[in-house]
Ligand binder design. Structure first.
Ligand SMILES: [Zn+2]
Length: 680
């Protein structure tokens, strides 16, 4: 069995079925593919809501294919293209489901095809259709990411149809209109009690809908497992998703497969891999331990015109470096083209299998994912204050930039427990006073908004703040030029200036004016055009709980981006995190620009994988690995998949950390994976 499990998501177009089925049978073993996930009624040729007779006829075609695949040792699974429906694309769902109630968004616009999950006609239909799917006894049936109550129309949440309004009215015991309900949901200041009730209702509706589909499959094929495609936990805050309850409903036989999205559906920049890695980590964090992860490697709208082979390979390598069990691959179009039309893709899959197998085998299993710990709560949509919100999508969490910024500056991140934690925005609203005190007794990094939340909650004395104002654009204060990083004990110096034209040439950040405790140590200041220090920018504080706090008085959601990052910023934040952790940080990439470092601590070894996310090769790569254990041996993974000693690798150790130097050039095309064994 492959460690680097390949599961190909493929549409066998009905009008060219035998030819494409024969190709699958011939090509998959050669490319190292372990599983075929047959997509049904997908993408361009979808009928909208599937027609029951069409489904029956199509499943009859799939049956012999499934049998032949299994004879060849290839697992067969199903991926119906829709659950509720992704979008309309001119389809009318009531053609195949008479009496269908479709979704209504929060402004009152109604979809023509996407089903409201409360629709009785849809529920009846979906049971019949999923029963047909189940008759194929697939190993896994996937529930697509249209299993959600947002994105059915751009950037809005659903559903506010009459059925939903009636159910909501019943829950609160009074009749409510859509206008009243949506106004309450995005009400600023303290969240309105109806918001919680609405999110709870959305959560319950999803759970009950999923149960209907799972039960329909279970009744026919009890050994079938289920897969969950999701849209990222930050987005699911918009609908109050309870991930553990959903996982419970979806794993009647104790097994759940998760497909986290990896972003970069079409290639933009190598830096898209930061989102890829973060999405795997944060989705893992919200699901129960033991969930099987098969990431979503997807090239849309297909061929090398959309995404290079190399980028696809790098997303696969990142998945396995993070210890995932497999990848699902949506790499060929759904218009009935043959895979032979894009032969380089199959060749890449085949030629990289050994390398990925070795990487996966080393990184899989119980392990601790290391880095600066980022905070996340699935309750964010419940507790977030929506000042100035223009629509209900503001319920999503907007703190992704802390992950990308720290990673960019050589500081790996994790959602697992670590002694140094960092958070921006309003995430701390989801934590109790006791939990916050616990956080304040360790090492904690905050931006202006996070510090304001703690001040408002009465924790000013613990973070070195006597008074703090809401963030405003720095240009509303007075003419300001730069952030001077001047504190020598944190690596600064006079005239180390960082631009305030952030996050890019056309923007300026927001800043909170604050009155600091006398014991706060200033790390950097905002200076005016005459280089006068006018406002504190970043400061460090040691509190009465024995904890260490660093606050950056910029609002990071307005500051992080291309021009926020530079060599001084890297030095500043690396030194800050070292200080917060009391030199027990997990790992740092001290010198390289745009690294992605993944550190996994397994029982007997650490796997450290470093990606170069620039087009410039690193002349050499260096990792500071904080660990007091003695290293016994160290190997690099060769492109052919064997772990080898390398003269290019040297280690210099001191009390707190090992400096691992790889003295050969490292380009973007393949990460450097290192296996480090420690004395037991
Ligand atoms: Zn509805």
């Amino acid at each position: 069995m492959s460690n680097a499990w390949y599961a190909l998501r493929r549409t066998i177009a009905p009008w060219r079925f035998q030819e494409l089925a024969d190709e699958v049978l011939e090509s998959l073993p050669k490319a190292g593919v372990d599983e075929l996930i047959a997509k049904i009624d997908s993408e361009e040729f979808t009928h909208g809501q599937p027609n029951l007779e069409w489904v029956k006829k199509y499943c009859r075609k799939l049956k012999p294919l499934k049998q032949t695949l299994e004879e060849k040792g290839i697992v067969f699974s199903l991926n119906p293209w829709i659950t509720f429906g992704h979008c309309d694309r001119g389809r009318d769902g009531s053609v195949n489901i008479p009496g269908l109630q479709t979704m209504v968004d929060w402004t009152g616009i109604q979809d023509k095809c996407c089903a409201c999950p409360l629709s009785p006609a849809w529920r009846e239909h979906v049971v019949k259709v999923w029963t047909e799917y189940a008759k194929l006894n697939p190993a896994v049936i996937w529930l697509e990411d249209d299993l959600r109550t947002f994105n059915h129309r751009p950037v809005t949440i659903s559903c506010f149809c009459d059925l939903h309004l009636a159910r909501f009215s019943e829950r609160i015991g009074e009749k409510v209109t859509r206008e009243q309900l949506t106004a309450a949901i995005i009400k600023s200041e303290n969240p309105h009690p109806w918001r919680k009730e609405y999110l709870d209702m959305q959560r319950d509706v999803i759970l009950e809908t999923v149960k209907i589909m799972i039960d329909a499959v279970q009744a026919v094929s009890p050994e079938t497992s289920f897969g969950l495609m999701s849209s990222g936990p930050r987005a699911h805050c918009m609908e109050g998703r309870d991930w553990h309850k959903l996982a419970d409903v979806m794993s009647p036989n104790g097994k759940l497969i998760s497909r986290p999205p990896l972003g970069s559906y079409a290639e933009c920049s190598l830096r898209g891999l930061y989102f890829t890695a973060d999405s795997i980590k944060i989705t893992r964090y919200v699901l129960p331990e033991g969930t099987i992860e098969q990431t979503e490697v997807e090239n849309v709208p297909f061929t090398a015109y959309s995404k290079s082979l190399n980028f696809t390979f790098l997303q696969m390598a990142a998945s396995y470096a993070l210890g995932c069990e497999g990848v699902t691959m949506n790499l060929f179009d759904h218009c009935g083209s043959t895979m032979a039309d894009d032969p380089d893709m199959l060749q890449m899959l085949a030629s990289e299998k050994k390398y990925l197998n070795s990487l996966a085998a080393a990184a899989q299993g119980p392990a601790r994912q290391r880095g600066v710990q980022l905070l996340f709560s699935t309750k964010h949509g419940y507790n977030k204050h929506l000042d100035n919100a223009v629509d209900a999508s503001a319920l999503a969490a907007n703190d992704y930039w802390i992950a990308e910024t720290l990673e960019t500056l050589g500081l790996p991140t994790t959602y697992s427990d670590e002694n140094v934690k960092a958070t921006i925005g309003q995430m701390l609203r989801n934590y109790s006073d006791d939990e916050i005190k616990q956080l304040l007794s360790g090492g904690l990094f905050l931006d202006a908004v996070a510090a304001s939340v703690l001040f408002e909650r009465g924790f000013g004395d613990y973070i070195g703040i006597k008074q703090i104002a809401p963030p405003v654009c720095i240009d509303d204060l007075e003419p300001l030029s730069a952030e001077e990083y001047h504190n020598k004990s944190f690596g600064g110096a006079k005239a180390k200036m960082m631009t305030l034209t952030v996050p890019n040439l056309f923007s300026r950040p927001s800043y909170s004016q604050a009155q600091l405790s006398d014991k706060a140590k200033l790390i950097s200041s905002l200076v005016d055009p005459d280089v006068q220090r006018k406002y504190p920018s970043m400061f460090a504080f040691e509190n009465s709980l024995g904890g260490r706090v660093v606050v950056h008085l910029l609002d990071w959601t307005t500051a992080c981006g291309s021009s926020f990052n530079n060599h001084y910023r890297r030095e500043q934040l690396q030194n800050v995190m070292r200080w917060l952790s009391r030199d027990t940080l997990s790992a740092v990439v001290p010198d390289n620009v745009f690294p992605l470092l993944i550190r996994r601590d397994l029982q007997h070894a650490t796997i450290a994988t470093i990606f170069n996310l620039t087009l410039d090769p690193y002349p050499q790569a260096k990792i500071e690995l904080y660990d007091q254990r003695q290293i016994t041996d160290i190997h690099v993974l060769s492109p052919t998949g064997s772990w080898q000693c390398s003269k290019a690798l040297t280690v210099a150790s001191n009390k707190n950390h090992h400096s691992i130097l790889y003295s050969k050039p490292l380009d973007h095309a393949r990460p450097l994976a290192i296996r480090i064994n420690f004395a037991q």
